[in-house]
Design a protein around this ligand. Structure first.
Ligand SMILES: Cc1cc2nc3c(=O)[nH]c(=O)nc-3n(C[C@H](O)[C@H](O)[C@H](O)COP(=O)(O)OP(=O)(O)OC[C@H]3O[C@@H](n4cnc5c(N)ncnc54)[C@H](O)[C@@H]3O)c2cc1C
Length: 397
């Protein structure tokens, strides 16, 4: 069997490695011509990620920074809630480097932008923007939230804008005064101004440097933005309005200054981090769920199938588990159709539950609330104890 995988990020790499482990031939086609890189931003880990990495017999040492606590700070800087919960915080770059290095170069083709595929009873043939084609028995769409595999072969549904954006940035550990370091560096920390949320946690420094004093602190500030505000935030200095997201270098200084200007609502600890962080970048929050995860010889995994708001911290864990379920089904089922049915039956309910949990956790930040359930969830997740208990955990699964 030969499997074509479109997208060479988390889901694509997990799928490639897990299928190869079962003796199946794979080729990954990645649109980007140069090696991907993740701006060093953080990813919370769960056993669901670590189990898959271990099953691939990859080295899980030095994967990230371990934290011990979860803390909420009030607007006056007082500690208003605290729980003990150990978690390993890694980064996109660290995971990507680990997975990418484990896949032979011949199985990973950069600069291949998928445009379309045709399938019949015996094979599926993908066509790329440079005019090249490739055929296989199965095609996996691991091409992320704007998946062309999904829209051209399975279904066309718009991404749903959640009504708020995330500002993200990194600050060097060295810039933290002693007291600030004591408050924040061993914890997933929160500030919860009305209708907003700032969170932060430590991650590795440049080059996966885990030495104390050389690490970084990752912050995410969720802020409501109705659609006209979003349009303004996605407009660059030349007046060009970007669709879905704006490349970080094009975010106008005035937009960043406006965000910094609102910092007084945050706990003083997070104001201090904002003062020393690198140039922040902006990510509008979307979510999405497919009605079907497969059609014929085509299957969707990772963000191509379900996009979960980041509060669940689920993107990479979901990608890894989707890939594991698909590899298992393909390797143990005689027909591709039956394998894809089994894969969907295993993963679709989980994707839906994750999307639902992300919506619940994010309701308190939405510019508008419509249903009774949204109002109830917004009230629930204004409470520090509920935020500490349910953010970045997959306990509900
Ligand atoms: C470069 C990059 C950096 C990221 N950094 C972070 C981070 O720091 N923190 C965080 O929490 N999340 C980050 N994410 C998102 C997170 O990794 C994903 O949400 C999650 O892991 C799901 O992964 P995925 O592989 O399903 O989708 P994605 O990670 O979105 O990957 C989709 C891949 O498909 C490729 N692709 C898209 N269209 C085509 C096409 N037509 N043909 C061929 N290839 C195509 C894309 O270039 C991309 O490599 C990042 C994603 C990327 C791509």
């Amino acid at each position: 069997m030969k499997v074509l995988i479109i997208g060479g990020s988390m889901a694509g790499l997990f799928a490639a490695l897990l299928l190869r482990q079962r003796g199946i031939e794979v080729v990954v086609f990645e649109r980007a011509a140069t090696e991907l890189s993740g701006r060093g931003a953080g990813i919370a880990t769960h056993t669901q990620i670590l189990d898959v990495i271990e099953s691939l017999e990859l080295d899980t040492r030095d994967l990230g920074v371990g934290i011990r606590l979860r803390r909420v700070f009030g607007s006056d800087g007082r500690l208003i809630a605290e729980t003990e919960r150990r978690q390993l915080m890694t980064s996109w770059d660290r995971l990507f480097t680990l997975l990418r290095a484990a896949l032979p170069a011949a199985c990973y083709r950069r600069g291949h932008e998928f445009v379309h595929a045709e399938q019949n009873k015996g094979a599926v043939t993908a066509q790329f923007a440079d005019g090249s084609r490739a055929s296989g028995d199965l095609l996996i769409g691991a091409d992320g939230l704007r998946s062309g595999v999904r829209t051209s072969l399975i279904e066309q549904q718009p991404l749903l804008y959640a009504g708020y954006v995330a500002w993200r940035a990194l600050a060097a550990e060295q810039a933290f005064p002693r007291e600030l370091h004591d408050d924040l560096f061993d914890a997933l920390g929160f500030s919860l101004p009305p209708g907003e949320q700032m969170l932060g946690y430590p991650v590795a420094g440049p080059g996966n440097d885990l030495r104390p004093g050389h690490r970084r602190y990752n912050i995410v500030w969720y802020r409501p933005a109705d659609k006209p505000t979003l349009a303004r935030l996605l407009t660059d200095a030349r007046g060009h309005r970007h669709d879905i997201s704006i490349p970080p270098p094009l975010i106008p200084e005035v937009t960043i200054a406006e965000m910094r200007g609102a910092r007084a609502i945050l706990a003083p600890q997070f104001q201090a981090v904002l003062d020393v962080c690198d140039r922040p970048f902006l990510q509008p929050i979307y979510d999405f769920e497919v009605a079907r995860m497969h059609a014929g010889r085509v299957a969707l995994i990772g963000d191509a199938a379900f996009v979960v708001r980041p509060h669940v911290g689920a993107g990479v864990a979901k990608a890894a588990q989707d890939a594991a379920a698909l590899a298992q089904a393909v390797a143990t089922t005689d027909s591709i159709e039956a394998a894809l049915e089994a894969f969907e039956a295993a993963r679709q309910p989980i994707g839906r539950r994750m999307v639902g949990r992300g919506r619940d956790l994010g309701a308190a930040m939405q510019a508008q609330l419509s249903t009774e359930h949204e109002h109830a969830m917004a009230a629930r997740y204004r409470e520090p104890a509920a935020v500490l208990a349910d953010t970045a955990t997959l306990d509900f699964l």
